[in-house]
Design a protein around this ligand. Sequence first.
Ligand code: WTA
Length: 638
Amino acid sequence: MLHETRVIPPSAEFAARANLSREDYERLYRRSLDEPDQFWTEVAGELAWMKPWEQVLDWQEPHARWFVGGQTNVAYNALDRNVARGLGDRRAIVWEGEDGEVRTFTYAELLREVKKAANALEALGVQAGDRVTLYLPLIPEAAIAMLACARIGATHSVVFGGFSVSALADRIRDAESRLLITADAGYRRGALVNLKANADEAAALAPCLENILVVCRANCDAPMQPGRDVWWHDAVGAAGEEHEAAALDSEHPLFVLYTSGSTGKPKGIVHTTGGYMVGTYLTTQSVFDLKPGDVYWCTADVGWVTGHSYSVYGPLLNGATVLMYEGAPNQPDWGRYWDLVQKHGVTILYTAPTAIRSFMRQGDELPARYDLSSLRLLGSVGEPINPEAWMWYWRVIGGERCPVVDTWWQTETGSIMLTTLPGAFAAKPGSAGLPMFGVDVAIMTRDGQELGPDEGGLLVVKRPWPSMLRTVYGDDARYRKTYWGEIPHVYFAGDGARRDADGYVTVVGRVDDVLNVSGHRLGTMEIESALVSHPSVAEAAVVGKPDAVKGEGVVAFVLPQLGQSVDPAALRAHVSREIGALARPDAIIVADALPKTRSGKIMRRFLRQIAAGQEVQGDTSTLEDPSVLVRLAATPAV
Ligand code: WTA
């Protein structure tokens, strides 16, 4: 393991104006652990509650309830509250389509749209506690629909627009959604993606769906099924402008978001109202050093948790101006992000290492053609950032002027858990850094022994925090087992990490069978079951291999059915159809056998070595037939 030694302090100018100094952090962090009730009471008290809570935390391991007995509403806090404190005319969302169209909503305008959408949802019979699935491009209506659900207490489940029909249908069925909100189509790299056609196919597989609400993003010529399908512009257009936000219990489920685990189907991660609101509010404010006048851009799609917490809820709760961009980073060319920064005067940019590495490959000249001087802070999320990409981001995009905050967190954690606060601490490229307020982390062995400085182990959290997941939708046993059952009495994140003598945590990557491809989580089992569902495949084993841009690439070892041959193009298309294009194997190795132990367990460790082009190392004597490895290593990938 390479140990990075560079240390990059914030500029004196940034530090002087920062919201939080090192002393502030140290005082507040101590207080958040020593006097958690007082700490969280103060933070939550900055937001509006329809009924105050009676107890800050009720912890019955592994179930936490935060702000017990309190009632509030996240959409009310993001919109009504901000309008009431005089921010009605401030821009809430500035949206740019891939085709260059720009739409802007002030806080007052966004509130009006959300109220109308809330009325439209209620008119369709959606009630508090119902689930609503969203399958949308990154358009303002995505945020409006999320906020409208939050306003009436419907639990949203956003499914990334790049997911396939069967992935969408599985998620609708698992959540038992009665309403699907989609669009006729979305733009991606200049082409139209027909979301409504996918929605129709998925609806046929999901009998729980009663209605489909369709936003017109492209040409409005999608076929509409009478009695089931309703145009957004008709329903929302006709809806009244008055709507009172529902007073919801602090533990009312705000959303479900599906994410891959090491076994079985993706899990529906459940987040609730009060704790998630407080967690995203506090972290957005402190990590991004938000100030009035900032133009804040998180490039994540709302289909991922980053889009939930840091494109929508966190920044809007803070009254920030959020930039949203619909399209691809290389449309029409790799200068598009820099054009957006220049055009909209972006001050805070939050993106993923995979994007940074793609830009890096295009060289320094392209960003140099744009005026990036509005930027003052940069952020990174989704996977470990390699120090070279960190340095490039800091030097070429940030002009050696903007601190870079590397932020470690997960769908399950709801909000940022580790980072180096931008004005308070020097960054160590490649290391996420220090725990956020209330976050009590440790590095442990599998059997729960705490490790010391620089010892590699498993990253755990030792006590509950407000924005943590509450359960896995419909499968609490899986919640208990996966998160609080691996190592007794701590939350197990699934990541390997080490902590240095200064307390900085470096997250190395997943220790389970979860791949991180371009910052997106994929379960190897999910891809394997997609592969074996193809008639030509008898057996499959999927592993990751290091990839210079994507972080990890997908490598599939497949065993053909007797008498069949495997067509790599057909197999890739099949995986796209089953899961989505992001799961498509980069390399397929057609095998005559897989390395198995005598008890039939596939030894993925060896496959990972072969996939990476390394010499096979380790004890192969437990294999039923070690010669399989020699043949696999000699087989070219297709
Ligand atoms: C990885 C995304 C290192 C990690 C917010 C985690 C990171 C998984 C970082 C969660 C980071 C995310 N440094 N690794 N800064 N950020 N990860 O649920 O493996 O899509 O467990 O949430 O991404 O991915 P998820």
